[in-house]
Design a protein around this ligand. Structure first.
Ligand SMILES: [Zn+2]
Length: 157
């Protein structure tokens, strides 16, 4: 399946690709089923982050089919399996700075997580309502080596 534009700055492949060779093709094929969510993830979240920093978020993992998600140890109900979540970093910007800035911005998200695992660190962000319930939107916390370190929730819009 050919690549196509999801938004001004993001292509379908960027959100559907995986480094795991066993899922390289199947993950892209399955991602197409969730392209409406991926469009919204780009328009409502990733393009907004791009605008805030005038810098492109580098997607490390967005859509994951259920089997890939299992291999990667993701939560079974992860929004990644519905094309509703992306993990990213920004070159030359610390994840702490991104986490705090997005948490204090007016960006409407589902979950904002600063994930740290060993020497790796990235930002997980997902779509909020209607993809999650209103009460389960705007959750933000830190996960360090599997343990939740801090939890905060903003007032729901
Ligand atoms: Zn994630």
């Amino acid at each position: 399946m050919n690549d196509f534009e999801l938004s001004k700055n993001f292509s379908f492949y960027e959100l559907a690709k995986t480094d795991n060779k066993n899922f390289a093709e199947s993950n892209i094929i399955e991602a197409a089923i969730y392209k409406d969510a991926l469009y919204n993830l780009c328009a409502d979240i990733l393009e907004r982050v791009y605008d805030m920093y005038a810098k492109k978020p580098l997607i490390t993992s967005a859509f994951r089919c259920a089997d890939l998600n299992k291999v990667l140890g993701g939560a079974p109900n992860s929004q990644h399996i519905k094309g509703e979540a992306a993990d990213f970093i920004l070159e030359e910007v610390s994840n702490e700075e991104i986490f705090l800035r997005l948490r204090n911005s007016n960006l409407f998200y589902g979950q904002l997580i600063w994930e740290k695992f060993g020497a790796s660190s990235w930002i997980h962000i997902s779509l909020g309502y209607p993809y999650r319930t209103k009460t389960r939107s705007l959750e933000s916390f830190i996960i360090e080596d599997g343990a939740v370190k801090d939890f905060g929730k903003k007032q729901c819009l």
